[in-house]
Design a protein around this ligand. Structure first.
Ligand code: SF4
Length: 306
């Protein structure tokens, strides 16, 4: 069995803090006050990612973590924070960044290699023309995202095995998890979200989501300050997922009106009481009479002993 990672944020606080590379910081970040705020933000993201890694046992000694990089703010931030944690981590693990070039028209192929060269992280650009497949198979007017995501997942999972990656890291954050929870409730009739750690259906890949505890606004601000070379996500020409957009706006409105609500809802996802729900697979409702009889018998025994 592998040794469990001991990413203890308290240990890391004692270790020398490694700020993000100044090469990517904007001139604005050089202002002392802004710099202080930025360092606080960086520390918060490090702490939250470190805590998620500990809580879910995401990374172990010797792991080779494949960091999926789309060119969006979330995946750049994930890579940067994992690199930062890696420098002080008491366990040895390696990172390999992978971008899937889906051959969307206008995809700026040079951006990610140029960025990754500057980081020194091992990386691969995987070229798969899923764009043409999606266009060919999806009827006009229908949303392309479901098939596109399936093909992307298949390509990345297969490639992870090819390069010997032991974990696949995806850049979903707290709001992604909550949006998925509500989408599944509103449209799927199920109470499920996106887990911080997941074994693929065929048992071949372990997926981790190190940003699970991170707020999207923090990630957006970090990405802005770091001036990551963001690649727009609308190159495929697909309509954004309207249902997800509606849920996103609903959550943002709740948070604006009732600050802390998202935090409370996320806590709820980690604090489930199966006996207070109605899933017969999760809780043995039919066995309550038997349980009651056992409890009563035990109470009678205790009373007789007194
Ligand atoms: S928005 Fe475009 S690239 Fe993203 S999942 Fe949908 S079809 Fe694929």
């Amino acid at each position: 069995m592998q040794d469990a990672v001991t990413f203890d944020p308290r240990e890391r606080q004692a270790a020398p803090e490694t700020p993000p590379s100044a090469a990517h910081a904007t001139p604005e970040a050089n202002d002392a006050g802004t710099r202080r705020e930025f360092n606080k933000l960086h520390k918060r993201l490090r702490r939250q990612v470190g805590n998620a890694i500990i809580d879910y046992g995401m990374i172990h000694e010797g792991d080779r973590v494949m960091v999926c990089l789309s060119g969006g703010k979330d995946s750049y931030t994930m890579l940067e924070i994992l690199r930062s944690l890696q420098r002080n981590a008491p366990v040895d693990f390696s990172l390999v960044a992978v971008n899937l070039d889906q051959k969307q028209p206008g995809f700026p192929e040079h951006v990610l290699p140029e960025y990754l060269e500057g980081t020194g992280v091992e990386y691969h650009i995987l070229e798969r023309d899923t764009y043409s497949v999606v266009k060919e198979k999806t009827p006009e007017g229908k949303t392309t995202c479901a098939l596109c995501s399936r093909l992307r997942r298949g390509s990345l999972y297969g490639f992870a095995e090819e390069i010997g990656a032991t974990k696949i890291a995806l850049g979903h954050h707290r709001e992604d998890i909550l949006e998925t929870l509500f989408l599944n409730m509103f449209f799927g009739g199920s109470l499920k979200a996106m887990p911080p750690k997941l074994l693929s259906d065929d048992g071949r890949n372990l997926v981790i989501r190190p940003l699970a505890y991170c707020r999207e606004a923090d990630i957006a601000e970090f990405a802005r300050q770091m001036a990551f070379p963001i690649i727009p996500c609308n190159l495929c020409g697909s309509q954004p997922n309207l249902q997800r957009q509606v849920v996103k706006e609903m959550l943002a409105e709740w948070e604006a009106k009732h600050p802390g609500r998202l935090e409370s809802m996320f806590k709820a996802v980690t604090n489930v009481a199966p006996s207070q729900l109605a899933d017969r697979e999760l809780f043995d409702f039919a066995g309550l009479e038997e349980k009651q009889a056992k409890m009563q018998a035990r109470r009678i025994d205790i009373q007789q002993e007194l």
